[in-house]
Design a protein around this ligand. Sequence first.
Ligand code: PEP
Length: 256
Amino acid sequence: MRTPLIAGNWKLHKTPREAVAWFTDFRAALADHPHDRIEVALGVPATHLPGLAPLAGPAGVALAGQDLSRHDDGAHTGEIAGAMLADAGATYVIVGHSERRADHAETDAVVRDKVAAARRAGLTPILCIGEVEAERDAGRAEAVVLDQLRAALDGLEADADCAALVVAYEPVWAIGTGRTATADDAQTMSAAIRGALREARPALADDVRILYGGSMKPANAAELLAQADVDGGLIGGASLDVDALLAIVDAGQAAA
Ligand code: PEP
C-alpha cells in the first residue's frame, strides 16, 4: 500500500564534481541490488542537482533538495525557490530538518510555509519532526512531535497535498550522534504520528509515508524498517558511503 522510501541526506558534503563521481559508482553497484519494491532518493545541495539529474533519472533514483524558500520568487537574496529545485531535477525536498530549525531559527510557522511552498512547486515535502533529548527526558516527546506535525499540516489544505506529504520522524538526539532510537520507540512514535494524521485527514492517513531518521546504518536498518508504521529511512552520515547506502537499500527491499 505504501512504497517504502530510502532517502539519503548529504547535508553540506561533496562538491558537484565529487557528487557525479560518487553517483557513477553508486549507479553501477545499484544495478546488482534489486530495489523495485522501494523508492530511492538522495537529498543533495542544490548546486549538485543539474549534474546528478541526467544520471539519477535513468538509474531510477529520485533527487531531493535539502531546503527551499517559503517564497516563490522576489527580493530574497540567497534563497532557492521550489520551482528552481524542480527545474533542476528535484522531485522531493527536505523541510524543517532539525539542523535548520536549530541553526537557522526555523519556527513551526516557517516550516508550515515551506511545506506549502513545496507543494505549489509540485515537490513532495519530506517534513522532518522530532524532539530534543530534554523533551524526551521530560516525557514530552510525543506532544512536541505532534505539535510540529499539526503546525505543518496547517499549510496543506487540499487532500492531494496532504497525501503527497512524507513525514520523517527524526529524534534530534539521534541525528549524527551514532545513537539510534530503539525499533520499539520508532514504531511507537510513528504510530502516534499516523494517529494524528488520521484525526486530521481520516481518509489519507494510511497513504502517508513515515520515515525514521537518526543514525540509521546497515547494522540497525532491517529492524527499524520492519516496523509496521516505519515506511523507510532518512539517512545522513551513512548515505555518503556507497556500500552503506546499498546495504540500507537491501534492507528496505527486504522489508517491503
Ligand atoms: C539526517 O541528517 O536526517 C540524519 C538522520 O542524519 P544521520 O543519519 O547522520 O543521523
